[in-house]
Design a protein around this ligand. Sequence first.
Ligand code: 26Q
Length: 852
Amino acid sequence: MNFKRFKNKATCPELTDAPPLGMDADSLGDDFRSYYTYNLGRDRNCRLTHYAYEALALTVRDRLMERWKNTRYAYEESDCKRAYYLSLEFLMGRSLGNAVHNLGIEKEVADALHEVYLDMEELADIEPDAGLGNGGLGRLAACFLDSCATLQLPVMGYGIRYEYGMFRQHIKNGYQIEEPDHWLASSNCWELERPEYRQRIKFGGRSEFYNDASGKLRVRWVDTRDVLAMPYDVPIPGYRNETVNTLRLWKAVATEEFDLDEFNSGDYAGSVAAKNEAEKITMVLYPNDASENGKDLRLRQQYFLASASLQDVFERWAGVKGKHLKEFAEKNCFQLNDTHPSIAVAELMRLLLDRHGLEWKDAWDITQQTMAYTNHTLLPEALEKWPVRLFQTVLPRLLDIIYEINARFLSQVAQRWPGDQERQRRMSLIEEGPEPQVRMAYLAIVGSFSVNGVAELHSQLLREGLFRDFYELWPEKFNNKTNGVTQRRWLAYANPGLNQLISSKIGNGWVTELDQLSRLKPLAENPEFRDEWQRVKYNNKQRLAQLVKDECKVTFNPEALFDVQVKRIHEYKRQLLNVLHVIHLYDRIKRDDVADWTPRCVLIGGKAAPGYQMAKLIIKLISNVSIMVNNDPQVGDLLKVAFFPNYRVSAMEVIAPGADLSEQISTAGKEASGTGNMKFMLNGALTIGTLDGANIEIREEVGADNFFLFGLTAAEVEALRPHYDPSGIIAGNEDLQRVMNLLKHGHFNQFEAGIFDPLIAAIESPYDPWLTAADFASYVTAQQQVASAYRDRAGWTRMSILNTASGGKFSTDRTMREYNREIWRLPKIANGVDAELDRKFHPESILDAPVS
Ligand code: 26Q
């Protein structure tokens, strides 16, 4: 790539400002045909839907491009403060349907396609999911971006452009098989390469001290092995508001030095190997949703993202008009999505000290005023730690800085608690021991002005448990921001039937103001409305049943109760408890205890981390149980069980609308928030759940009568641990005893002796951290209440409506307004054609006025 610039003014409006593109069916159709014929070079002999998808995607993308440019201009011209969402994961899913929906051209596109005998759904289905995330944390980042664009907040996402996203899951003989997800194999029109903004990232080498021109002692990082960061921009359309924000994803590319080395040394193979080494950094997403400690490459990914993004922000910020660094903190804010990008704290210090020559105190003030940290886990074993030794070789200069931060921090601790050595040891950024480790969460807390959890209970448990010492020191830093989901994707787009029904009654204001859903509440008492609601749910269940038929080869009857648990497979999420209940139902059928039976279809889906043996065994158990249950003529339609393979964003778009019952059954105190629970609620599913994460707030909103509660509370869980006696519990509960006996007698593994022994042992262990046996009885009781409630169709439908109607709080629009009001404090920036109209009709901002 040649980076020579124009000699004259060729970037003036004459070059860059084209007349707006038509949004009508004719213009869209013309462009579609033009792309199909001239850009893609296809003709009437091509019958592949892929090219039609691509032509449509390019047509739609053009409409985003002009709005994107206008949004950038509006942000530049306003010179406003901006926030950056730093995340190792953005689980975007598909883009075409979302773009069409947010642009508001669904009908126009459908009409244009109709002219050429094509169907939008068929084309949208071609697009591979952008699976650049594991689960909740990654999807939350994607929902946040949608809400920020819709609220017209100047927020940019920064992430990694993994060549291979989340693995594809196959089930073979009941076992999970992982297959690489080469999602970029066919061209991706939803990204724009921006070589002009590439950055250089250092690795390895050593710190060197020197005196600068004024004689000041300074440090530089030398003898490094550098890698280039190439940005790819992804457009993030707001909802029908002319705003298109940016997600910038970095790809690692070898520097030209690699090519030169090759040229000069003649070691061709060696040079190619070095090039591969550099480009490996962004090759693959780590498929663990609990930290995988000590992996060199993962640390490189984290630093690569942090450094590229910070340098990029500096460049844009200083580029405008050589600003004074003191202003940096007033104009920039970084939100760290968990500790994964938290090395940014040390990297910002390095840039300010080594590159911009600031004094430590000034640099630290800026850092502490710009960084904000969000925690997403309560599991102590999931807190990230990196061996000091690894830091020393990969990021030596950053380790210097971390040591200095720690020394100054510990002297602050010593001042506050004189003589309390134990506390200093506890709070140190370095965990001492045979293999000293850097505690990334502590680095994030010390370097940030805000630390938040993602649901009320979670934030409380952070203050009282995990981060107690830090809360004592800095209570003002700690706050809660309950998660949400974007209703544009998860209700308006994914559930067109319900969208239409709701909007026909209360208008479509809820698409941008989700609280308006509460206006549905009186309609829950209206029998005609309930019938309409039920019809929509029934259609969605048919659609889901078809998907289950195609993917699992199991027939679900839409008349039955659809009982769904989809999420990552984890012991704390207790898919095992779900299976125990399924086995219990099967046992009841086998002993003919089926009076007043409610037919039930149980769907369980999710990926297990490839190295997580217990999680993989749970999948195998679900598969084996499903084979026994589904092929038993005595069971028939009373019970069906299916494991849904390769659970992903686009699958959830069909699953959530078709669910009756949402399983949120984690051990209390373990699920930080959950967000699937919110997607199900909005789509009218009822929740069976523990008092964990955001379930508590969901229950508060919908009312205890419309929520199936069971299980120990977080406090009861902790109180029980020391004298937990699962064997006693099993002996005292006939249902559970029978279930355990079926398992122990190998009823579900007749030709695979002993394979489920580890699961049996886990349930029976007095040290079972997840207390599965403890909650069994109350879970079964709650499930019995579910079954009876479902038999009263009018009553169930009433509760279903109330669930949707009470979901207003769980919009990421609300979450983003809170982040903005209490952490970022950004102005709303309208842009383009809309801006003037917007100011005229909405003089006051849709955001709450900043608190002074
Ligand atoms: C860390 C280091 C090395 C390798 C992997 C990781 C890693 C990757 C992903 C650790 C954790 C994750 C993902 C965590 C996650 O998804 N947490 C979920 O976040 C949601 C959004 O806040 C919550 O709703 C869920 O409760 C929480 O489990």
